[in-house]
Design a protein around this ligand. Structure first.
Ligand SMILES: Cc1cc2nc3c(=O)[nH]c(=O)nc-3n(C[C@H](O)[C@H](O)[C@H](O)COP(=O)(O)O)c2cc1C
Length: 354
């Protein structure tokens, strides 16, 4: 239902805000049409379009869309969804008057915030120096399955598809892919946004060997202390070393507590650390999932957690780093390991609403 104050129905408005791109049609004073794809944000009243930074000799106001708006403020904007499943097709077309909102006004600042909130790419662009196009909607036409959404479950497929790999092919992993995996780690949630993790990259055979030897010595002591048979000790140590040396890339995930909040009482301080560890787990999972989505395989080795000071010394790391886990990255050798069965949701969830 449309209301007096808005030409949109709730369904049209919610369709519009979910679209990432729209086409903006303008016309010059002679009526010559011009249409371009645009990123946009809708605040429930106006639609805003940023003017990207341009080389100095082409001021944003020389853009054809801007010149057209100045000559003829009547515009149309269409946002649509295309899908091979035609039952999902839909569009919303908005007609209205466009104007330029100049920097320095409240509306301009709010529009820039809105656009940056929707598109992270704008965070590093100086769009605030240029005017923003504002469309004041007058008429809205829509068609199709506005409320439908394509539940393609791509993320869930990746979550289900990832599995821990423990044996790799001796095949190089391009640096470009490793950088993307590290980048994924950076975007994990963390307490107060403190990002209490640091990553150490290990690719060279001798570095991995040094680490494996140092951790192995400590593990040998522990296994012997447990009363394990010497052959068992040697076999386990050999397996662990083979695993580390056989992985083309190791990412050592370390906890970094230097920037956590300080509390006078132990309880809250402990919780700060717990939260940091929780978020280290989220960073590690981000990296494993990104690796998987890039066609790589990954694994998780907890050994550093048991001898953090040994790892710091072997790798010459800053003592503020607390090694927690090694992520192995590469291409799985042979068939993927069998997926570990998961407990059914009924076992994991209690519903307390009814
Ligand atoms: C905190 C943590 C520590 C782990 N440590 C090891 C390890 O030291 N060695 C290993 O082979 N797998 C390790 N894993 C991987 C688990 O064994 C694996 O995630 C689990 O069996 C489920 O299998 P999947 O990852 O293939 O789904 C660890 C996983 C987590 C979350």
């Amino acid at each position: 239902m449309k209301t007096d104050s808005s030409p949109f129905t709730a369904e049209e408005a919610s369709f519009l805000v979910r679209q990432r791109v729209a086409r903006l049609a303008t016309a010059d004073g002679n009526g010559t049409p011009h249409a371009i794809p645009v990123c946009f944000a809708y605040d429930g009243s106006s639609i805003y379009i940023a003017l990207d930074e341009k080389p100095k000799d082409v001021p944003a106001t020389r853009l054809k869309r801007v010149r057209n708006i100045l000559e003829n403020p009547g515009v149309a904007l269409v946002a649509d969804r295309y899908d091979e499943d035609w039952s999902l097709l839909a569009y919303v077309m908005v007609r209205g008057r466009a104007e330029l909102v100049q920097p320095g006004s409240r509306e301009h600042a709010a529009a820039i915030r809105l656009l940056r909130g929707k598109y992270h790419q704008y965070e590093n662009m100086r769009i605030e120096d240029n005017p923003v196009i504002a469309i004041r909607p007058r008429r809205v036409v829509s068609w199709g399955a506005l409320g439908a959404s394509r539940d393609d479950g791509q993320l869930l497929d990746a979550l289900r598809g990832r599995r821990s790999v423990r044996r790799y092919l001796p095949r190089e992993v391009p640096n470009k892919l490793v950088e993307k995996v590290l980048e994924a780690g950076r975007w994990a949630p963390s307490p107060h946004g403190r990002q209490p993790w640091r990553f150490a990259m290990l690719r060279r055979g001798e570095t991995k060997e040094k680490l494996a030897e140092a951790m192995g010595d400590r593990w040998r002591e522990e296994l012997e202390m447990d009363g394990q048979e010497p052959e068992v000790v040697e076999k386990r140590l050999e397996g662990s070393k083979r695993r580390l040396l056989g992985a083309p890339v190791l990412v050592l995930v370390c906890l970094y507590l230097e920037e956590l909040d300080d509390y006078p009482d132990e309880g809250r301080q402990e919780n700060e650390v717990t939260m940091a560890v929780q978020s280290l787990g989220a960073a590690a999972q981000n990296m494993l999932l990104e690796a998987y989505s890039l066609g790589l395989d990954g694994g998780w080795v907890c050994a550093p957690l048991f001898c953090p000071e040994v790892v710091v010394e072997a790798l010459g790391l800053d003592e503020a780093l607390i090694p927690h886990a090694l992520l192995t990255l590469g291409y799985a050798d042979g068939d993927p390991p069998k997926r570990r069965p998961r407990r059914p949701l009924e076992e994991l969830v209690v519903y307390r609403d009814s």
